[in-house]
Design a protein. Structure first.
Length: 404
């Protein structure tokens, strides 16, 4: 954990009165916080949460303080930064990341590319200071559009056929009707969206294999096999678990990760604390560790609307079989909320006169607006007003010292 975050944690726990503590109590508090904030060397026991000596229950670290972005569904035993990953570069390094402004693509249209915040271009070998049993290839994420698939086929995005084909068709339709370029802009999803990438549950299983007793695993396995679609679950300590996860359906991956990420699993079935949150954090692109959901423009690419679909990629993605062809354009200097970048669609969703597909009238809440945009794929014209608003946003950020 960075020194500034460590100081923030200490001040938050002590409510700003750490200097008023007796020297002995202050020493215990600082020692406990410093120890918990260091890179993890092992996972804690099931049900273990962080406690700081000399602090009363009302001042003990909260779930939100330890894990503000919500990588874990349960309270952690230490700050999430203790599980910062070690990633070894591959033989095909990512292309340099470009920085652009909306002015660079003014006049074009944007379509949303909702995706997880996973890292790309490297092999994950360590979580905190915990060595994994094997390395796991990280495929991205928005950096997919700078990685091996892009370098081989100009592939800018990957997903299932049910997601990818409508996006490509929509891009072709807009380009045909307007004669303007169409760009895909990434939008960050919640940390648990990482559960659908093949490498995330494999990392989680690796950590659980290293930390769960066989007795605890037996109960966990039996309970998980009762869940829908999980009767063939291989078992935490099975030699076939990695292969099972590689062939698992998205629903099976979700069932494993979401059940293991519950207080029930920790308290009743011996699941090691922090394992699921640590695995999600470890596969995340470091530039997005603290990024909220719904942030748009971390990656932007122009669709190739003449030959957009790649159904037999030279470099397959282990999770998503269909890829889109295009031209990597860059990342916004300062990514925006999806409501600001996709101004017109979200303005419509917030209108009291908005009519849903089922005939209901009224504004959509945030979650339903996101779902509607994801499924309806409403485009946004990058007009002068959008460019000007973005320019003012950059100026304000620079005046406040948020950007160089």
């Amino acid at each position: 954990m960075a020194a500034r975050n460590l100081l923030d944690l200490m001040q938050a726990l002590s409510r700003g009165r750490i200097d008023d503590m007796p020297a002995r109590d202050r020493s215990k508090t600082v020692t406990d916080i410093t120890s918990a904030s260091a890179p993890a060397t092992r996972l804690p026991k099931a049900g273990q949460v962080m406690k700081v000596r000399s602090l009363p229950p009302s001042k003990q670290p909260t779930k939100e303080l330890l894990d503000p972005m919500g990588y874990s569904g349960t309270k952690l035993s230490r700050p999430i930064e203790a599980y910062t990953p070690t990633v070894t570069p591959t033989n095909t390094p990512l292309l340099p990341r470009k920085t652009i402004s909306l002015e660079d693509i003014e006049g074009g249209y944007l379509l949303p590319l909702y995706g997880d915040r996973s890292s790309a271009g490297g092999i994950l070998t360590r979580v905190g200071d915990i060595d994994l049993q094997r390395g796991y290839n990280l495929e991205g994420g928005f950096d997919f559009m700078r990685g091996p698939s892009y370098q081989a086929d100009n592939a800018i995005w990957a997903s299932g056929a049910g997601v990818m084909k409508p996006i490509i068709s929509r891009a072709e339709e807009i380009a045909g009707e307007t004669g303007r370029p169409v760009y895909g802009a990434t939008i960050s999803m919640a940390p648990n969206a990482l559960d659908f990438a093949k490498f995330t549950p494999r990392v989680a299983a690796d950590l659980l294999q290293q930390s769960m007793t066989k007795k605890a695993a037996k109960g966990f396995d039996a309970e998980l096999r009762k869940r829908k679609g999980m009767s063939n679950w291989a078992g935490i300590h099975s030699d076939e678990l990695d292969e099972w996860l590689m062939n698992a359906t998205p629903d099976q991956q979700k069932a494993f990760m979401r059940f293991a990420d519950t207080d029930e699993a920790r308290k009743n079935f011996g699941v090691t604390s922090d394992a699921i949150g640590a695995s999600r954090y470890a596969v995340t692109d470091p530039t997005q560790f603290d990024m909220p959901s719904g942030i748009a423009g971390t990656g932007i690419s122009k669709f190739d609307v003449t030959r957009g679909l790649i159904d037999a990629p030279s470099v397959p993605h282990t999770t998503y079989p269909i890829q889109a062809r295009g031209l990597y354009t860059g990342s916004l200097e300062m990514p925006m909320r999806q409501e600001d970048l996709f101004r017109d669609p979200f303005r419509a969703y917030s209108s009291p006169n908005y009519v849903t597909g089922k005939g209901a009238v009224g504004p959509l809440d945030s979650a339903n607006a996101t779902y509607t945009q994801k499924t309806q794929l409403r485009p946004q014209l990058i007009d002068a007003q959008l460019v000007d608003n973005y320019g003012r946003m950059l100026e304000n950020a620079k005046k406040r010292g948020l950007l160089d």
